[in-house]
Design a protein. Sequence first.
Lengths: 115, 250
Amino acid sequence: MTERQTGSAMSDISEDPIDGEGWVDGNEAAGILQEIFTMDITSARGRCAGCGLVGPMAELRVYDRAPGLVARCPGCENVLFTVIRAPDRVFLSVGGMTYLEMALPEVAAPGFTGA
Amino acid sequence: MARAAVHRRLTWQPATVAQVNDETATARTLLLEVPGWPGHVAGQHVDVRLTAEDGYSTQRSYSIASAPEVDRLELTVQRVPDGEVSPYLCDIARPGDQVEVRGPVGGYFTWQPESVEPVLLVAGGSGIAPLMSMVRGRAGANSRVPFRLVYSSRTPEDVIYARELSRRVRDDRGLDVAFAYTRSAPPGWPRPPGRLDAPLLTEVGWPADFAPAVFVCGPTGFVESTANLLVSQGHEAQRIKTERFGPTGG
């Protein structure tokens, strides 16, 4: 989200794709969320019900190597939402967020290019 | 050129591997032909789904590396040992193979050619892919927005798009590229191999006063550390957009 702590361990820097702690960020969830909402959700801003942090969904910690997808707050690790996809339906739980703010484009367009 | 924007439910579409190109010993670019693909915004992703003959299917999200184009896109995939999708895409996929794609998706980590502020791109390893789409899209749109790319790589041999980048530095006016090598540098390189640090970012990035749009993409630790360095240099956190690879990639 928007708050960053400075001075984290320099030893973290690496180009090794195999690091981190088992999570990816909210950009990874763009596809499944766009399938549900038919608009981009990664740039939507949400507020954590646990610690009150507000920030874009792209900055969430997403745990996706499981039957469902779990998104946690980068500030306090509170579970913000979960998505479980079945062949013909989806279960979306958003109990960990107090709100989600989305800009409404004039034309919602997954494939818009300005070129 | 873009097709007219259409509101549509996102669904899986068939894609055909049209070409494969080895970039480095562990990274490969795949050109996918996708009839009806609407083009994308530089920085966006596509989800790729593979289905085995027994019906087992698995998917991963990849950044699009090519400039926005209709009906086709390029992915650059880094092989992840024990991954479920990348070994197929890197080692087995051949022209003519079919996969499924869903996208383009994502609107946060994107650069629009209409934007006017200077841009700082910071790549760690194969995190270069979406940033390359921005570099290519900038040239394609004849944008004159100043771009600076800082590309951290283990060794010169691991640099993806090395030849294209050196050509673009010569031909794309307003594009600067700086490399940072973490394990081994070319002979005579002015800086010993080491992590991307504050002095180097200060030297090759933009001053925070210029209020650049910043895009950082790479492994999680790289992104966190780089974003923290930038914030400590005075860049506003809200101007720093980040994208992290997965821990196990795929």
